[in-house]
Design a protein around this ligand. Structure first.
Ligand SMILES: Nc1nc2c(ncn2[C@@H]2O[C@H](COP(=O)(O)OP(=O)(O)OP(=O)(O)O)[C@@H](O)[C@H]2O)c(=O)[nH]1
Ligand SMILES: [Mg+2]
Length: 235
């Protein structure tokens, strides 16, 4: 039998943590990353010292000067080297430890992409307008892809190489939607698991502001209007 050699520098799992001024949330978030996994904090131009704090807490910091949630997520995916890559917001609203069963599903080849369906804990976790918008979006997503999904949660896990092969182009708020749409078009098995959604730590940037919500809706509409793309075989 052929021996399998695993390089000691390649982590089992990379967790991409897009970060724009999240200094207050970083200690809890990084403390919840499972042992043996690598935290890739993508610093999206923070001015509050997030990069230094993340580095001090043992994370690998990936600088991405180009603003945008998608730009940050994609920089993390590009920097990752592990076979499996996870994504988690860096604002304390989602617990990275919950990714363990997600990774199990991908490893066991029961799913190609696992998404966290957010179940809000406390009223401030998910404002009513954002929840309503998400419901509409989920319905459009089901119609567009045929997948029985209820949320486009940012907590997710998939294999790195097929993810890169999806050729995602959105670099703003449409990135999470584009990932699911392209995965569906490529025939991936996309599943979801319930996860608690906690009130974020620090000031809201998107959901809590009209400007942020408007930009998110605009980016997502563009993704849904795009023609069906090829590529990105699940394995
Ligand atoms: N909004 C936004 N978030 C970014 C950006 N770059 C990185 N992030 C990080 O992406 C994650 C998700 O962004 P959030 O601001 O929490 O967006 P949200 O969860 O939709 O809305 P709020 O939590 O209400 O602000 C956070 O960890 C941010 O710090 C960016 O350019 N814009
Ligand atoms: Mg948030």
């Amino acid at each position: 039998m052929k021996a399998v050699t695993i390089s000691p520098t390649t982590p089992a799992v990379d967790v991409v943590l897009p970060c724009l001024d999240e200094v207050a949330a970083l200690p809890w978030v990084l403390g919840r990353v499972p042992a043996g996994w690598r935290a890739l904090v993508v610093d999206n131009g923070s001015t509050d010292g997030s990069a230094e704090v993340a580095r001090g807490l043992g994370a690998t910091v990936v600088p991405e000067p180009r603003r945008g949630f998608g730009a940050a997520c994609h920089a993390g995916l590009t920097a990752a080297t592990a076979d499996i890559v996870c994504f988690c917001d860096c604002d304390g609203s989602l617990d990275p430890a919950l990714l363990v069963p997600f990774v199990r599903e991908v490893r066991a080849d029961r799913a190609d992409l696992v998404l966290g369906r957010r179940r809000p804990r406390g009223r401030s976790a998910w404002p009513a307008h954002a929840r309503a918008g998400n419901l509409v979006l989920a319905r459009l997503l089901r119609r567009r892809t045929g997948l029985r999904l209820h949320d486009l949660g940012p907590l997710r896990a998939a294999r790195r190489e097929p993810l890169l092969a999806l050729g995602l182009t959105d670099r703003r708020s449409g990135y999470p939607l584009e990932m699911v749409v392209r995965a569906a078009d490529a025939g991936w098995r996309v599943t979801e698991q319930d996860v608690p959604y906690l009130p974020r730590t620090g000031a809201s940037k998107v959901t809590g502001t009209w400007r942020g919500t408007w930009h998110a809706v605009r980016d997502m509409r563009q993704v849904l209007a795009a023609p069906v793309a090829g590529g990105g075989a699940p394995r």
